[in-house]
Design a binder for this molecule. Sequence first.
Ligand SMILES: NC(=O)c1ccc[n+]([C@@H]2O[C@H](COP(=O)([O-])OP(=O)(O)OC[C@H]3O[C@@H](n4cnc5c(N)ncnc54)[C@H](O)[C@@H]3O)[C@@H](O)[C@H]2O)c1
Length: 282
Amino acid sequence: MIFDRNEKKQVVALLGAGSMGTAIVRRIGAGKKILLGDISEETLKRVGEDLSRCGYDMKTLVVNALQKESIEAFARKAAELGPVMYFIDTAGASPNQASPEHIVNLDMVGTGYAVDAFGKVIAEGGAGLLISSQAAYMYPIPNDIELQLVNTPTEELKNVKFIQEVAMQNSGFAYMIAKRMNHLQAQRAAATTWRKRRARINSISPGVIVTPLAYDEFRASGEGYQAMIDASAAQRTGTSDEIAEAAAFLLGEHAKFITGTDLLIDGGVIASIRTGEFKLWL
Ligand SMILES: NC(=O)c1ccc[n+]([C@@H]2O[C@H](COP(=O)([O-])OP(=O)(O)OC[C@H]3O[C@@H](n4cnc5c(N)ncnc54)[C@H](O)[C@@H]3O)[C@@H](O)[C@H]2O)c1
């Protein structure tokens, strides 16, 4: 049975084939060629087969988002498949899953390499999306440091004094700073490399979304998360499908005037923190 006879298809490249990423490609991937990249062969096999059985045109590649060469090979593979119209980066580790160094290397430097690599292959009219976090709003970085970070090449980010001295203190700081850096990475690319290719790039900062990554957080800091959810306007966690809905908007036709920005989707958690309704346990 041939499900789709179209040969020339737009390409959707997803780095990190986890819960949110998969929901996003399901939402936008019909009639397109989907390239999944993940460090886990088992995840690629499971997700690739699952989506394939649902009628999506799938390709997979083992990618280590900690390694520049591996990410560049992923971007080249995407470009070989056709015009790369969509790039989504959800590869990440959360504070209770990894050391500060791993979080800085993956969530910050790895994302930087991916933005750089796809900035060389994204098609005209294409769109990118980085999955940041509500944590990006929890630790305001001084303006002069942000300016320094936004103008530092990806290779040198780890050498910045602020990263060495503040982000490396513990995994929580590493995560908050790495995720804020994702906003700056989208801004930088939107104004430079991606702009030159007439492509857009934005980020989404999800609140607590129930995924395997979130379960690791609940196991380690369940009471804190419960209090945070209870104090929020929504009074509940979110789902990957709600993130996918917003992602489809930001990546799609109706968002052509939106680039270099972040969309916070947190059920009101940051509003309750900013107004002092909820006291963060930092
Ligand atoms: N779930 C939440 O509550 C939440 C909230 C805010 C932000 N986020 C962020 O959203 C993103 C997606 O998270 P999720 O909840 O869908 O998690 P998930 O664990 O379902 O997906 C993450 C994927 O990244 C992959 N990955 C990890 N290290 C990798 C590497 N070195 N190279 C390539 N792939 C790698 C994993 O194998 C996994 O498939 C992450 O960046 C996370 O920090 C999650």
